[in-house]
Design a protein around this ligand. Structure first.
Ligand code: 13P
Length: 303
């Protein structure tokens, strides 16, 4: 059996109307129970890490995450993705993004994300184009973001209903078309009502608001770009919206808060990494089976 790359796997998900969950790694011990949950439910998923997880949490970095992944991976069920490498970070600081992307590609990450969403459209396109040129030489697909997915910033968030009704920051379908055509990006992360779980010390343990998705807007974007779309802020979105989104181009759904919070809670309460890992396993199995209905998806996505 030939080994499918991340692009082919995403296209398989897109064609089948299912999604690949992408599980974040805020702490290295979160990865083992996550991979176990993926394999036990015969789901196909990405393991991933974002820059913010080694700057604000304890993921250690691109190499340590790669090393841990190599110990745990099962390629029938998993691939390794590099999540959010921002050009401008959540504290408005400039990031030297290219060396990070290059490091991940050279190590053997299967796909990468460049996040220029805090830039203007043309600047975002220029940055993504540069990353696409670098990654495609190695046959690695690139994800990029257009629109504002709120939640990671430390400042106050507008009330969710106000945000949803106004469509503030939502990805514009015409801009999305230009963005994908001119940058050559493979997968597009969209803002359509989804928000990230908070990461500031003051708010990271709070329950996320139950987000919704503007399916009409999502569909308009998909009609324009026809490439796999990515749903960030996957924790806590109402289930019927998630299931519907898979029929309108969402081929990857990012999950961080749903496994991070149980880990932090159990570790704080019991002091036991093992008990905290048990909580991650239970949360990931529940999510895959009940919230996303993706148990058994590996046979469709990676036959
Ligand atoms: P949640 O924290 O809402 O699950 O979002 C995760 C995410 O989008 C990481 O890129």
């Amino acid at each position: 059996m030939s080994r499918l790359g991340a692009q082919e796997l995403m296209m398989n998900a897109l064609r089948a109307g299912v999604a690949i969950p992408s599980f974040n790694t805020p702490y290295l011990p979160v990865m083992e129970p996550t991979v176990r949950a993926i394999v036990d439910t015969q789901c196909f998923a990405f393991i991933t890490v974002a820059r913010v997880e080694w700057t604000k949490f304890d993921a250690k970095g691109i190499q340590p995450v790669y090393d841990e992944y190599c110990k745990l991976k099962d390629e029938k069920y998993t691939r390794l993705h590099l999540d959010h490498i921002p050009v401008i970070d959540e504290d408005n600081l400039e990031v030297d993004y290219l060396p990070r992307i290059r490091e991940a590609i050279e190590l053997g990450y299967d796909s990468v994300m460049i996040d220029g969403s805090r830039l203007g459209l043309d600047e975002n396109i220029a940055v993504v184009k540069k990353v696409v040129e670098l990654a495609h030489v190695s046959g690695i697909p690139v994800e990029a973001e257009l629109g504002a997915i709120f939640g990671h910033e430390s400042g106050p968030l507008p009330p969710y209903e106000e945000l949803f009704e106004s469509g503030k920051g939502f990805t514009d379908p015409a801009e999305a078309k230009k963005f994908v055509e001119e940058s050559g990006v493979d997968w597009l992360s969209v803002a359509v009502g989804n928000i990230h779980g908070a990461i500031s010390a003051a708010k990271k343990s709070e329950k996320k608001v139950e987000a919704r998705i503007n399916i009409g807007q999502l569909d308009k974007i998909y009609q324009e770009v026809e490439c796999p779309l990515v749903l960030h802020g996957g924790t806590g979105i109402k289930k019927n919206y998630i299931m519907e989104s898979f029929k309108h181009g969402i081929s990857k759904i990012n999950i961080a808060t749903a496994t991070r919070q149980p880990y932090e809670k159990l570790l704080a309460e019991t002091g036991s990494v093992e008990k905290a890992q048990d909580a991650v396993y239970a949360a990931a199995v529940h999510l895959i089976k009940d919230e996303l209905e993706l148990a058994g998806s590996a046979d469709i996505i990676n036959p």
